[in-house]
Design a protein around this ligand. Structure first.
Ligand code: HPA
Length: 279
């Protein structure tokens, strides 16, 4: 894994370098940004007239930090809207670096997106929900112990103390639930909790999370939501509940199980993304 490209430049200068490269490649004015979660990357193949760029070729982005097999930015049209997709994530657990975890989102903000759709695979904490379901994120709990906005505030990005009351757009959630129901897709709705990972949680931690009000648990999404909310972007969060969280069932969890479970949900996941783009 190369660290060469990760320079000590301030984020605003790094984003400017990335944008120069992307503009040269024709990535111009996307309306919507999407981050695809583990096992959910195939949606990127549905884009019309795609420009596909390896993270490794984009200044200050490195595929070496991505845990999914893809590390590609895909730009193009989908149902007539210009969108940019990040297929592959920089997880916090790769480097204990929130700046890296949030960087692709900062780039999408710089490109001018108005809406960010964050997707992930997550463990199901709420026993009224179930593995295999899709959950709209209504709010989050950040138990990573870190925050991407720590450090000198970049006023060009947003305020020092951003409000987080309306991070996941209520209006879009209501609309999305209505449209999904009309397609026969029932969406759960609940609170996503970020743990740093990469170890899965213990059963005792899952009982604690249930007590503090979490419905799902994962290792991503929160850094991206914090920087996008900071910049005033409207956010939709969709969790694929790939497994019951640790200790709910009397069996161990595995990363493979998470990825394999995602295959079964591709169709309804893609439909919900369709709707989230269309609103
Ligand atoms: N815990 C944390 N992250 C996850 C899980 C889980 O059970 N499943 C998918 N991502």
């Amino acid at each position: 894994m190369s660290l060469r490209k990760y320079s000590g430049k301030p984020p605003i200068e790094r984003v400017a370098d990335s944008l120069t490269y992307l503009h040269e490649k024709g990535v111009i004015d996307p309306e919507i940004g999407i981050v695809l979660g583990s096992g959910l990357n195939d949606f990127a193949d549905r884009i019309d007239n795609p420009v596909v760029l390896a993270y490794n070729d984009i200044p200050h982005m490195e595929s070496g930090w991505v845990s999914d097999h893809r590390g590609e930015l895909v730009y193009g049209e989908y149902n007539g809207k210009k969108i940019v997709i990040m297929a592959g994530r920089f997880h916090y657990y790769e480097s204990r670096n929130m700046d890296k975890a949030a960087y692709p989102t900062r780039v999408m903000i710089g490109l001018g997106i108005k809406r960010l759709i964050l997707t992930n695979s997550a463990g199901c904490v709420n026993q009224d929900f179930g593995a295999g379901h899709l959950m709209l994120i209504s709010d989050h709990i950040n138990l990573s112990g870190d925050n991407p906005l720590i450090g000198k505030n970049i006023d060009e990005f947003g305020p020092r103390f951003p409000d987080m009351t309306y991070t996941y757009s209520r209006k879009l959630r209501e609309e999305l639930k209505k449209r999904a129901a009309a397609e026969g897709i029932e969406l759960d709705e609940g609170v996503y909790c970020m743990m740093s990972g990469p170890s899965f949680e213990t059963p005792a931690e899952i009982r604690m999370l249930r007590t503090v009000g979490a419905d799902a648990v994962g290792m991503s999404t929160v850094p991206e939501a914090i920087v996008a909310n900071h910049a005033g972007i409207e956010i939709i969060g969709i969790s694929f509940l790939s497994n019951m969280a640790a200790g709910v069932l009397d069996k161990p969890l595995s990363g493979e199980e998470v990825t394999e479970a995602a295959v079964a949900v591709q169709e309804s996941f893609s439909k919900v993304l369709d709707l989230a783009i269309e609103i």
